[in-house]
Design a protein around this ligand. Structure first.
Ligand SMILES: [Zn+2]
Ligand SMILES: [Zn+2]
Length: 181
C-alpha cells in the first residue's frame, strides 16, 4: 500500500503516454512535464496510427471507446492515450476524454482544449482532463466539489472552473481503496 502523497499526486507507479499520430509534440511535452510530478515513472511512447476503424466519416469524429480498446497497457502500468482528433462516445456529441473505470487505460482528446484560451490555459486544461481520466482509472467517480478535478466537465468553462487536483474527499476515497487492495 502506497500513501497518496501531496495534493496533486496519484497512486500510479508507472504511466505511459501513448500519443496518436497528429498530436503535437510540443503539447505532449507540456503534458508530460506537468504529469511527471504526479506519478511514479513516466514515459512517452512513439505515436500510434489512428485506426480508420474508429473513424465515423459522417460525424468527422473518432469513437472514443474504440480508441480506448486499442490502447495496450502492460501489467502494473497505466496508459494515457492522447489524440488531436475529436472524440465522441455513446450518446454524447463529444467527449474530452474517456477511461476504463478502475482499469488502467485512459484517453484524452486535445481537439477542443485550445479554443478561446492562451498557451497556459491550454496546458492547464490538458492537465485537468488527463488527471480526471486517470482518476477514473483509479476507481473514482464524478465529484460534486466545484474545485475538484473529478468534477464532470460538460464544457470548457467547466474545465476552467475546476482545479487540477483531487479534493480531500476523493483523496480519502483513494486511500481507502488502496487499503482494501
Ligand atoms: Zn469523468
Ligand atoms: Zn473530489
Amino acid at each position: 500500500m502506497s500513501a497518496v502523497a501531496g495534493s496533486g499526486s496519484l497512486p500510479i507507479a508507472r504511466l505511459t503516454i501513448q500519443p496518436f499520430v497528429g498530436a503535437d509534440v510540443r503539447d505532449l511535452r507540456a503534458l508530460a512535464a506537468a504529469l511527471t510530478a504526479r506519478v511514479g515513472e513516466l514515459a512517452v511512447a512513439p505515436p500510434a496510427e489512428l485506426p480508420r476503424s474508429a473513424f465515423d466519416a459522417r460525424r468527422g469524429q473518432y469513437r472514443a471507446e474504440r480508441l480506448l480498446d486499442l490502447l495496450e497497457s502492460r501489467e502494473h502500468e497505466h496508459v494515457l492515450g492522447v489524440t488531436a482528433a475529436d472524440l465522441y462516445a455513446g450518446g454524447l456529441n463529444f467527449v474530452f476524454g474517456i477511461a476504463t473505470p478502475a482499469g488502467r487505460k485512459a484517453l484524452v482528446s486535445l481537439a477542443r482544449l485550445g479554443m478561446g484560451t492562451d498557451r497556459a490555459g491550454y496546458a492547464a486544461r490538458m492537465l485537468k482532463e488527463a488527471v480526471h481520466e486517470l482518476g477514473h482509472t483509479l476507481g473514482l467517480g464524478h465529484c460534486a466539489d466545484a474545485r475538484c478535478v473529478m468534477r464532470f466537465s460538460n464544457s470548457l468553462a467547466d474545465t476552467d472552473a475546476k482545479g487540477d487536483s483531487l479534493c480531500a474527499r476523493c483523496r480519502k476515497r483513494l486511500e481507502s481503496r488502496e487499503a482494501l487492495a
